[in-house]
Design a protein around this ligand. Structure first.
Ligand code: ZN
Length: 266
């Protein structure tokens, strides 16, 4: 009996040593949200990350990461280090054959346009604001919709391996209203990008950002503050899309994360 009490005591004692709370599972591609005492310093794999005045912070686990995540917390006089094992995610392989060649490799005359689109997207994703909207719960952008594409799928088009699909695809009719998944600020609103067509990017703070693509209508403009649930546009098939659907992305800066890690799909 005494021994059990001692064990319980030690268990509670050592757990309380962690002055940190973490939300999210340590799977490849996941977004992790943390909270610790305000005015602490947080290091992920030796690089210092932003912490809000309330002690909130966010970081991602990249798609193919295998090594453990080392979290270091420094506050006042104590330093603490936590090691987290990363769990693997199984990614699908998608083979599509018989596509017109110009859909597999873009024609030379659009290279300049693609370069410019990429520049705009990476500028929007580099914003490191103080907002902490990422702490809040994400909502689905379209309710009662079927998921037709998931994060990480390796695409082989006409036998050529292409970069993986980083989005989450929702099947929906053209014109279906799309709701903002989370409060945020519009950092990009473009009607006609080469790959992504009608595109919106939102900043949710600390580098956490979401992107919506292939939109038909866009109801928001750059700089606008948007509330979760607001209608931001409608489903389309603009850009390089095989049909009407919504493709959403989740990033922390330029690290591409799995939108499913923040959406409750079950
Ligand atoms: Zn997609």
């Amino acid at each position: 009996m005494n021994r059990i009490l001692i064990l319980i005591f030690f268990y509670l004692f050592f757990n309380n040593l962690h002055s940190i709370e973490l939300k999210g599972e340590f799977y490849q591609g996941n977004l992790i949200i943390g909270k610790t005492e305000p005015e602490s310093q947080i290091f992920i794999d030796k690089s210092k990350i932003k912490i809000s005045k309330d002690g909130y912070f966010a970081f991602g686990i990249s798609k193919d990461r295998k090594n453990d995540v080392i979290i270091k917390i420094i506050n006042q006089n104590k330093t603490e280090e936590i090691t987290k094992k990363v769990y693997k995610k199984k990614y699908q392989i998608q083979k599509i054959n018989g596509l017109p060649q110009k859909q597999v490799t873009p024609p030379k005359e659009v290279y300049e346009r693609i370069k410019n689109d990429n520049k705009l997207i990476s500028e929007a994703r580099s914003i490191n604001s103080d907002y902490i909207h990422f702490v809040d719960k994400f909502n689905l952008p379209i309710e009662n919709s079927i998921i037709t594409g998931v994060y990480g799928s390796q695409r082989i088009l006409n036998g050529i391996p292409k970069s993986p699909h980083y989005g989450l695809d929702f099947a929906a009719k053209e014109g279906t209203p799309i709701k903002a998944m989370l409060d945020g600020v519009v950092t990009l609103s473009e009607k006609d990008m080469y790959y992504t067509g009608g595109t919106i990017i939102f900043d949710h703070g600390h580098g956490v950002n979401t992107l919506y693509m292939h939109l038909k209508d866009i109801n928001v403009s750059k700089g606008q503050k948007v509330k979760k649930g607001e209608i931001i546009g409608s489903v389309g098939k603009t850009g390089r899309s095989t049909g009407a659907h919504l493709d959403i992305r989740l990033n922390i800066f330029d690290m591409k994360l799995d939108p499913e890690s923040v959406l409750n799909l079950k």
